[in-house]
Design a binder for this molecule. Sequence first.
Ligand SMILES: Cc1cc2nc3c(=O)[nH]c(=O)nc-3n(C[C@H](O)[C@H](O)[C@H](O)COP(=O)(O)OP(=O)(O)OC[C@H]3O[C@@H](n4cnc5c(N)ncnc54)[C@H](O)[C@@H]3O)c2cc1C
Length: 494
Amino acid sequence: MKTSAEYVESLRRMHPRVYLGGKLVESVPDDPQLQSGIRATSIAYSYAEDPALRDLTTVHSDLTGQTVNRLLTVITSKDDLLKKLELSRHLCRVVGCAQRYLTHDALNALYSVTYDTDKALGTGYHPVLLDYMRHMQREDLTIAVAMTDGKGDRSKRPSEQEDPDLYVRIVSRDSSGIVVRGAKAIVTGAPYVHDLIVMPTRSMQPDDKDYAVCFATPVDARGIEMVARVPGRTSSLPYRMQKAPHSENYAQATALVMFDNVFVPWDRVFLAGEHQFAGAVAGAFAGFHRHTCIGCRAGLGDMIIGAAASMVEANGLSVSYGHLGERMAELIRIVESFYACGIASSVNARPLPAGNVMPDEVYSNVGKQIMGERIYDMFRLAHEMAGGIVVTAPEPEDAENPAVKTRVDRYLQGRADVPTSERLKLARFLEDVTASYQGGWYSVISLHGGGSPAAETIEILRKYALDDRRALVRGLAGLEGGERPRAPNNKQSA
Ligand SMILES: Cc1cc2nc3c(=O)[nH]c(=O)nc-3n(C[C@H](O)[C@H](O)[C@H](O)COP(=O)(O)OP(=O)(O)OC[C@H]3O[C@@H](n4cnc5c(N)ncnc54)[C@H](O)[C@@H]3O)c2cc1C
């Protein structure tokens, strides 16, 4: 496996075309504006180096016969799912968004859908995927998931758009591979990964068959260019004077990734025109990824809980009583209720024909939806407990200026035994994570990342065992077709 330093070094051998801050990036690993993203992604490598975390971060691979990073494997047991959930929380309680678990979610989705496609249509995608996974595991790669298309007019299907390239599509194919064109609108971590896995974002009809395409490609393949956004708040940006205590160290870039006649050889193609399976890829990825999102945002919740509790104490108060205690309990309730859905979803996982297991979709969608909608309440509760200092703490340059430092220390003192500088640091941390550009980013990724709340509602209604409840009540009400009450089995999916 690669060390985190080797991961960064490996990026030197990649030459993606990345536009950032009005310029073409010369060298991704050397660009100061991308460092927080590279650092946040590299943590999945450094944790795998830590002997104390080996059980959580690594597994034996039957594909290569070697120990590999857990995030490059398929999940075959409930215990593995629980460990992946815990690992996601563990990574994100330090870096906020660690990116690399996307690799895992994409591989698991493709593992099951390529198997199903081959079984139904006699195609040969599953062995191609297995070969690609061997390569990924040997090279210890990180990939970004490129699923969300530009989409154009949302009321129209891919083939109905005026511009045919608003969803990524196959423009030609021959015996060596396919050529694709189009764009994926939002790809987290794209500048500093090795490969992209491109997947359809929705179900398709026969007319959309050219859009039913799924493949892996090196991020620097000819014809790929991206327009990226700076991760977090780097102080090198002229319009942001304030140093960001957390997001300057750890954050994620996103990018619009454009494909201009990109060639993909058949040994990297996992779906090419089988429109019946496009929706299955999107659905399976959502199933795995929403489960992961729960773990990630519980990690962010750990940060918010810790920061709010510390601010309350720095203010001279306590969370053990009164309205502050109520607010803290509510914050904990939100975080642990969506995390508990992640646990329930793992425990109730169902086996898939390919041999991996799918987290229970009712619980993962319920948990992801609670998280996505209540992230705003999590921030509100932390702000309420901490006070206005969250967005008004003087900048370090001013607070530490010898001309005013003594008076700033005196007038912004909270509890007597907590130095003012500590109180201000805590306030700036909470601002960075919840009330800044980065706080907004965390809100929107929680809400939309992995699919909008509407997509989760559809999935909850589609998967919930409503017929069981109907039959129960028909039985209780003495109606025809009713059932005698059965013991509940703790599984909520039909
Ligand atoms: C920070 C961040 C990181 C992300 N990272 C990735 C990534 O790494 N890879 C990736 O592939 N994606 C990524 N996403 C994209 C994410 O999956 C999408 O944002 C999400 O699926 C919503 O799609 P959209 O943004 O295009 O919104 P839209 O599809 O434009 O949706 C906007 C609203 O319109 C509604 N809507 C859309 N279409 C219809 C319709 N036909 N009928 C009725 N209502 C409709 C939606 O429910 C929603 O309420 C990321 C998103 C964010 C915010």
